[in-house]
Design a protein around this ligand. Sequence first.
Ligand SMILES: Cc1cc2nc3c(=O)[nH]c(=O)nc-3n(C[C@H](O)[C@H](O)[C@H](O)COP(=O)(O)OP(=O)(O)OC[C@H]3O[C@@H](n4cnc5c(N)ncnc54)[C@H](O)[C@@H]3O)c2cc1C
Length: 423
Amino acid sequence: MDRTTYLVVGAGVSGLAFANFISNDDYIILERDSEIGGYCKTIHQDGFVWDYSGHFFHFRHKDLEQYLVDRMPNDEIKVVEKCSQILYKDRLVEFPFQKNIHQLPQDEFIECLYDLYFLDKTSTPTNFKEMVYSRFGAGIAEKFLVPYNEKLYACDLSELDVNAMGRFFPYADLDAIVKNFRQADNSSYNSTFTYPSGGAISYVNALASEVKEGGIALNEGLVSIDLKRKVATTTQREIAFEYLISSAPFDKLLDMTALPYPDDAFRYNKVLVFNLGFDKKGWEGKHWVYFPERKYPFYRVGFYDNIFDTERMSLYVEIGYPSGAEVPVEEKLEQTLAGLKEAGVITDHQLVSSHNIVLDPAYVHITQESNNLVEDLRGVLSTRGVYSIGRYGGWTYCAIEDNMIEARSLARQLNQINALPDS
Ligand SMILES: Cc1cc2nc3c(=O)[nH]c(=O)nc-3n(C[C@H](O)[C@H](O)[C@H](O)COP(=O)(O)OP(=O)(O)OC[C@H]3O[C@@H](n4cnc5c(N)ncnc54)[C@H](O)[C@@H]3O)c2cc1C
């Protein structure tokens, strides 16, 4: 049987970042796919550069960003002032919707403002849907926040926790909204974002450059874990481990350990992404546009060509599905092209290149129950040296920076434990 101190599951940003910051290089990174990167892969096709979905970056830890940039000698890092808008009926409204209701037709503006002003401040929301009604009123909720998020999450929003989107939700109070009528301040966590010329995979490659030679076992998946013996079975062998650091989805990790959990506790959506390359330029200046209306199958469309400043329109298009739904790709592509035409994104454009991918899972459905279970069961797993990290390992809503920070702190914690003198 093979042995290792650290068995890392997944060569996405979480697994690779852990390997970067663990000081003992007795590790094996298992990756069931044939390539590294997880959801941060990039496709280079027919002169277009596409990620698995729009992946843009906004680092709060400048030291971490510098660490990556130092390992990306061939990339130019673009720094972009975000322009994101909403196609509301036939007009483009600045994002976030709640701060730009003054851009709506007058009757709808008054409706939103009236509902916002006369909010029922006595109620305490118990779920995400109640939260948007109680913080913004029915006008804003029903014109944008509810339909848009229903398309994205592909579920009834009352199933989600009040705080399901954490710091990624653009909160705004009445004062901020009214001030915005006169002086636009649509700043958000990603008002300025960065993007490497080689795509998101460049950050992954930066992390991979610090992984020891032969440290990644591609095409080798973890199948089961014997928690008592601390032995993992992979698609190819058995490996005894001291610590196992997994970035696989949390429910799948539990299945591999045979730890029980309630049915239906871990719900999520999946997202079909079309990357589409056209023969000529389209809308200028916009980086992404939100589509709350049901008549469009997609909820968001992004414009890589306006980030890279290139001549041909290069889009990513995102469509949300419930986890168990069929994804009829060909049919959806036709509907997507029809929707893009109706919205005026394409006119007589010719599609010259396309790619699609289903992100499954994409957005986990955060609930009080899932939060409590993750906390409790992570505690149980850690008693056997098993740590579940990452966006799906932590069953959370986060960005790649959060994944790297979490992996780095776990590595530092284990470095300290292993540096303790023997008693
Ligand atoms: C639609 C969408 C848009 C996003 N946009 C952004 C953005 O703009 N900016 C941003 O910072 N973040 C964004 N993110 C989040 C970002 O993609 C994730 O935070 C990040 O990729 C998660 O990395 P990870 O390593 O934790 O997980 P993953 O990327 O999922 O990597 C896990 C790896 O584990 C492997 N694996 C799973 N099970 C096994 C097994 N049993 N055995 C072996 N290997 C296994 C998988 O193949 C995979 O390679 C977005 C996510 C989505 C879904």
